[in-house]
Design a protein around this ligand. Structure first.
Ligand SMILES: [Zn+2]
Length: 578
């Protein structure tokens, strides 16, 4: 996980400035990602494409032991720094990427040669190395009609305290051997099935020095018209032990363990497809896997795109216009502030190992990576990716409200047997998801509450699989018995979401119609009336959102007020908890 320092400078490559000669070493892999292929050439001898069967089989097929094995081998390369050895057969990033490629080939051979391994190569001077390779594998879809592809990715490069130190031990087991092992395990398990859409399994390089491998892939996809439907980035996804430090929103305290929660980070708030993807992942898990889970997982949809001051591979994809999100474990060992003399945690150090042999008897007696936790996160990924690769097309709709009711009117993709309507108010997640049988294109959704409601819609096909959810629309609902709908205020300050929040929250100002004004800002005050922050806000017609990054360890109630041209329009309370 890269530490953000003057992000614009470090991320010059993010602007695609320093990267050249981006190419796929296997041209077939490239053509398939572009949708130019004959699906019959990749047909499985035994076609398994039933979503219920796939979802059930994934539960037992994903193996904690297999994930452990991949991690052991990844650790054996000692140092997978972007600048490390590319020639050695046993040490360095070259050996690592060739090994991953060979495993992809092995998985392909076991599945009618349907998986196509390749490297995405690019030239750029990073850590004194001028040529770099992401390694990926393409599982062609059976239907090229919409040509969209799903990416499951994680960075394979590791680091110790020195950003380009290639001599230290840098096994990078939590960061990010865990995500790389997850990608490999899904290539092994999912290559057996026949999905409508193409799935691409990617292990990137050079994430630590600036998200460079992911940027090269995003630039390549954009340049070649590859329709990425969604990116599932997995980074620091296997550890369960909290460090002395961790990047906000932080974990609860040193040595605290959490092996039943995973965090989903994504950009934006209202009408963000990145948040929509995170909600879809959670819904599919809740409905298709949770009822069968021996250890249920809690999925948290975080407000911010990443932890404070941190970044990840999902960001270059989002910046290139692709829908992308990131999975990260609830607990991390360290905020990666390695330059601090008091830093004793494992992230970004030679101590990011698989475990420790405390009694020096030659066998590990404490594991830092929890393989069962990692396999649960692997299942959440597999389930979502499978449904994205099998599901119907996303509908479109218009929204209005009558007292106590949301009126949804479908305008596109109206022929599916069922539809889901997701409704949310004050959190990143849906309060409720309603199901409507098809035949009609208008749905009246009775809602209990009043005020602002945010709605999105998904299609459901005859196998019961949801599409990704549509754009979000919002409207204000008045109580059912209010005969005379209340007149909308020209400017509405909405309740922040999430509320209560732990570290960051989204404050939304709804502007009904054009507003002439000179200055508008949000004033945040503590309960003693002391202003702790002032944030300018624009009053464009419609939704105006501001992320308020409150910081950590400052629990309590705060008042936020919207001030326009010196006049307080409205104030609301918000609560922060640790
Ligand atoms: Zn990482």
């Amino acid at each position: 996980m890269k530490k953000l320092i003057f992000p614009l400078l470090l991320s010059a490559p993010l602007l695609g400035l320093a990267q050249t000669a981006i190419t796929s070493t296997d041209s077939t892999a490239a053509r398939v990602m572009m949708g130019n292929y004959d699906p019959a050439a990749y047909a499985a001898a035994t076609v398994i494409n039933d979503p219920a069967i796939i979802a059930a089989e994934l539960r037992s097929a994903i193996s904690a032991d297999s994930l452990h094995k991949w991690l052991d081998v990844l650790g054996s390369f000692q140092n997978r720094n972007t600048g490390s050895d590319t020639i050695s057969a046993v040490r360095g990033i070259g050996a690592a990427r060739r090994w991953i490629f060979s495993k992809f080939s092995e998985f392909s051979a076991r599945n009618d040669n349907r998986l196509i391994p390749s490297y995405l190569q690019f030239d750029e001077t990073i850590c004194d190395i001028t040529r770099h390779r992401n390694v990926f594998a393409v599982l062609p879809g059976t239907d090229t009609s919409d040509r969209s592809v799903i990416l499951i990715e994680g960075h394979m490069d590791s680091r110790c305290v020195g950003l380009c130190d290639t001599t230290c031990v840098a096994k990078g087991m939590e960061d990010n051997g865990s995500g790389t092992a997850l990608v490999m395990e899904l290539a092994r398990v999912m290559s057996k099935y026949s999905f409508k859409r193409t799935i691409v399994f990617v292990a990137t390089t050079s994430e630590e020095q600036g998200l460079n491998g992911a940027n090269a892939f995003a630039v390549y996809a954009q340049a070649h018209g590859i329709k990425i439907k969604g990116v599932l980035n997995n980074d620091v996804i296997g550890g369960v032990v909290c460090g002395h430090t961790s990047s906000p929103p932080s974990c609860p305290g040193f040595k605290q363990v959490d092996s039943t929660q995973v965090r989903l980070f994504s950009f934006g708030g209202f009408n963000s497809f990145h948040k929509g993807l995170s909600r879809f992942i959670k819904l599919e898990y809740k409905e298709m896997q949770l009822p069968f889970a021996t250890v249920p997982m809690a999925i948290s949809i975080m407000t911010a795109e990443d932890r404070t001051g941190r970044g990840g591979d999902h960001i270059p994809f989002r910046q290139k216009g692709f829908v992308a999100m990131r999975f990260t474990s609830a607990n991390e060992s360290g905020d990666a502030n390695v330059s601090s003399t008091s830093y004793v945690d494992r992230q970004h150090t030679s101590s990011d190992s698989i475990g420790v042999d405390n009694d020096l008897n030659g066998s590990l007696d404490e594991y830092y990576v929890d393989f069962n936790y990692l396999s649960r996160n692997t299942l959440i990924n597999a389930n979502a990716a499978a449904m994205m690769a099998l599901g119907p097309k996303t509908p479109d709709f218009t929204l209005s409200a009558t007292p106590g009711t949301l009126n949804v009117n479908l305008t596109a993709e109206t022929g599916y047997p069922q539809y889901r309507v997701g409704v949310r108010t004050t959190t990143n997640d849906w309060d409720s998801v309603y199901t409507f049988s098809g035949g009609s294109t208008t749905f009246n959704v009775p809602v209990a509450g009043t005020g602002n409601h945010i709605v999105s819609v998904a299609s459901v096909d005859d196998k019961g699989v949801e599409s990704l959810f549509s754009k979000e629309l919002q409207t204000s609902v008045v109580a059912g018995f209010d005969l005379v709908p209340a007149r909308k205020a020209p400017i509405e300050l909405l309740q922040n979401a999430p509320n209560p929040a732990d570290e960051a929250t989204m404050i939304t100002v709804l502007v009904n119609g054009h507003q002439a004004y000179k200055e508008a800002f949000l004033s945040i005050k503590d309960m003693n009336g002391r202003e702790v922050r002032r944030m300018p806000v624009s009053l464009e017609e419609g939704v105006n959102e501001v992320i308020y990054d409150h910081g950590y360890n400052m629990s309590g109630i705060y008042i936020y007020s919207l001030v326009v041209d010196g006049k307080v329009i409205d104030s609301k309370r918000m609560t922060f908890t640790n």
